[in-house]
Design a protein. Structure first.
Length: 155
């Protein structure tokens, strides 16, 4: 499927973050989607997970929430997600989801889900330094921690 040309004014900006209390432990993910002055926030939690899984889930859930293919700019503080999508993924796919060390790729089911969601859109990636005062990143972090708090309160 070819990529369509879009005007830059139609870009959906998505700020994502994952959090974990213990690694593994209770974890949460948060995503704030912004488009033409509107904002939609998503968040969720799992009782026994890892930080990397929550970072992946934040991006997956946001992309899967889109109602049509569109240009997207994802802001993440996760080098794991960023490098996975921009550097490692093509080789993993070529090698049958094995790492350079011939070991199975960790979280392969989430990477496959993320790859499919990215393929359905025109995605660009922007790394932001975590906990450095970046408004969108701080907000996504707060959503991820809110998800953990709400899950723990309801247990």
């Amino acid at each position: 499927m070819g990529k369509r040309a879009y005007r830059s004014t139609n870009v959906v900006e998505i700020y994502t973050d994952g959090a974990c209390r213990g690694n593994p432990g209770p974890g949460g993910w948060g995503a704030s989607m912004r488009y033409n002055g509107t904002q939609k926030d998503l968040y969720g939690a799992e009782s026994d997970t890892t930080n990397n899984r929550m970072e992946l889930m934040a991006v997956i859930q946001a992309l899967e929430a889109l109602t049509r293919p569109c240009p997207v700019k994802i802001y993440t503080d996760s080098k794991y997600v960023l490098e996975g999508m921009t550097k490692w993924l093509p080789n993993w796919k070529k090698k049958g989801w094995k790492t350079a060390a011939k070991k199975p790729v960790k979280n392969a089911e989430l990477w496959k889900r993320l790859d499919a969601a990215v393929q359905a859109n025109d995605v660009s990636w922007q790394w932001v330094k975590g906990h450095s005062g970046h408004d969108g990143n701080e907000y996504a972090d707060a959503l991820a921690n809110r998800a953990i708090d709400e899950m723990l309160e309801n247990q």
